[in-house]
Design a protein around this ligand. Structure first.
Ligand SMILES: Cc1ncc(C[n+]2csc(CCOP(=O)(O)OP(=O)(O)O)c2C)c(N)n1
Ligand SMILES: [Mg+2]
Length: 547
């Protein structure tokens, strides 16, 4: 057995279901021989995105894997890997490397070096006999602790070396731990005595599959819950205690409740100060910060009550501690908190309804999103946005009902990322209606990979909001646009999608939005990838909340 065969055997034992990939690469042949289906993308960064979306939807319980060639293949994957790194997604990257006798020579690209700052771990296979040990380390880092991408570089000469003897490899067992009981007892007291506590629930709750515990604690405390972008869907957004997603854009109640909060309880969240993914926490709050990584604590916000542990056991500990303190009561029984949230949401929505239901032509993107959100059972849907205005428009209004019904992503927010993510989501959850919203500039980055969805029978729906423009840049390119038209871009993406073998329609009239969405859904149910191109306005009103 060769090194690549040993690696594939280990991937199989670890339950890897497919290999996202791009040639030239001996691993692809070995995977196919071992019965792992290769999914060949058109560009490496999208291939990484496929692995990434798959892993996110499965909360890291099924690991997405991507492999590519040495040099240009490895280089071309960069923004896919930085996306996974910035959002802490556990995917396995297996670049082929240059042969061991040249890999350290000046001018040769080495993945172990180049990707070291943007992965959890990088390692190179220098001896065939090391394969099981290296892969055991890789899967351990993928399954435990602070998550993130792990990279194992396979020099192309090592790839085809003989692996001698029997392959001893047992899949890596996971473990997580709860928090120090004394820390929880102290913090729980603060929570119970708080006047207006707010819970900030991050993606750690999703990975820990602890949404039920989060709901239980929030209800006990009668505390409103918001999530940063990556945590979107960790708490049901139609729940009476949900404030909605607090990112660079947000429903107004996120802002008002954070302003008046005395205590903020962050759970499974890094509390990174970031103007796209996280609502800022105003100064002067008492902060209880529960995370599984000490590097998050005091990173941007001083933690009054640091808690280290996995979100699930930690939430369970808090539930028990709060119950002990409250006896059989809730913290506030009279329903005043949900009532205040409801009122705040209604007032905010009333301001936005004219846009969400507008009949204007070109269509406002808000109308497309509104019809989409109300047109389907959202429990049966997985949605993601792309960078640019579509993210800002979709995130505050789309109510995610169940864990992972929305992929919120983007501490590193590369245009074009949503396309790979949604393909990965569909591979993880084939029964779901998987839909990504992109602007036309976003589509320009990676759109040819729509063909991957067509060819590999990954029946997603891509919604392109085409305004022939980079609207998100409206305030950053005024002079250059006035003089040289720098924000204008061109394209007929429905035609392009058809020429790539997919189903598509171009929609210009708002009355056609709903029927077109329904036709598109039917097409995806029949197993074909679909693209809807909406000709939209250059909308740049966002639900930002800045003082
Ligand atoms: C790889 C990458 N390059 C540049 C950017 C900066 N950027 C953010 S949004 C945007 C324009 C988005 O235009 P489009 O996708 O058409 O959406 P619109 O704002 O027009 O609705 C740009 C250039 C980015 N996010 N990612
Ligand atoms: Mg645009």
């Amino acid at each position: 057995m060769k090194v690549v065969d040993a690696i594939c055997e280990i991937l199989k034992r670890e339950g890897v279901e497919f290999l996202s990939c791009y040639p030239t690469n001996t691993l692809i042949e070995a995977a196919a021989t071992a019965g792992i289906k290769p999914i060949v993308c058109r560009q490496e960064r999208v291939g990484v995105g496929i692995a990434d979306g798959f892993t996110r939807i499965t909360n890291g319980k099924r690991i997405g894997v991507f492999t590519m060639q040495a040099g240009p293949g490895a280089e071309n994957a960069f923004s896919g890997i930085t996306t996974a790194y910035s959002d802490s997604v556990p995917i396995l990257i297996l670049p082929v490397g240059h042969a061991r006798n040249t890999s350290q020579v000046f001018h040769f690209f080495r993945s172990v070096q180049a990707y070291a700052p943007v992965t959890k771990w990088t390692e190179e296979i220098t001896l065939a006999s090391q394969v099981p040990e290296i892969m055991r380390r890789a899967f351990s880092y993928l399954k435990m602790g602070r998550l993130g991408p792990v990279l194992v570089e396979i020099p192309n000469d090592a790839a085809i070396e003989e692996f001698q003897g029997a392959l001893n490899y047992t899949p890596v067992k996971r473990t997580v731990s709860g928090a120090n009981a004394k820390d929880v007892a102290e913090a729980a007291k603060v929570l119970v005595q708080a006047k207006s506590p707010v819970v900030v629930a991050g993606q750690g709750v999703l990975y820990a599959e602890a949404s039920d515990e989060l709901i239980e604690l929030a209800e006990l405390l009668q505390a409103p819950v918001t999530t940063p972008l990556e945590g979107k869907s960790a708490f049901p957004e139609h729940h009476p205690l949900s404030l909605g997603t607090g990112a660079g854009v947000m429903p107004r109640p996120v802002h008002t409740f954070l302003q008046k909060a005395d205590v903020v309880f962050a759970i499974g969240a890094s509390l990174t100060r970031h103007n796209i993914v996280a609502a800022p926490i105003p100064a002067g709050k008492i902060i209880i910060h529960a995370t599984n990584d000490e590097r998050d604590i005091n990173k941007h916000y001083p933690a009054d009550y640091p808690i280290l542990g996995d979100a699930k056991p930690v939430l369970r500990q808090f539930i028990e501690a709060v119950k002990d303190l409250l006896g059989n009561k809730k913290r506030a029984e009279n329903g005043s908190v949900p009532a205040a949230i409801k009122k705040g949401k209604e007032e905010w929505m009333a301001e936005w309804m004219p846009k969400l239901t507008s009949n204007e032509k070109p269509i406002t993107p808000y109308r497309v999103m509104w019809e989409f959100m109300n047109g389907f059972d959202r429990k049966e849907v997985i949605v993601t946005h792309d960078a640019g205005s579509p993210r800002n428009q979709l995130v505050p209004f789309y109510q995610a009902p169940t864990p992972r019904s929305y992929i919120g992503w983007g501490k590193s927010h590369a245009l074009g990322t949503g396309l790979g993510l949604i393909m990965g989501a569909k591979l993880a959850a084939p029964q779901k209606f998987c839909v990504n919203f992109m602007g036309d500039a976003a589509f320009g980055m990676t759109g040819l990979d729509f063909e991957t969805a067509v060819r590999c029978n990954i029946p997603t729906l891509t919604i392109v909001l085409n305004n022939n423009f980079m609207a998100a840049e409206t305030h950053t390119m005024e002079t250059s646009h006035e003089r040289y038209g720098t924000m204008n871009i061109l394209g007929n993406y429905a035609d392009l999608a058809r020429s790539l073998g997919g189903w598509s329609e171009r929609v210009e009239d708002p009355v056609q939005i709903v029927p077109a969405l329904q036709r598109a859904r039917k097409v995806t149910e029949d197993g074909k990838a679909a693209l809807l191109e909406f000709i939209t306005s250059r909308e740049i009103a966002y639900s930002r909340m800045r003082d």
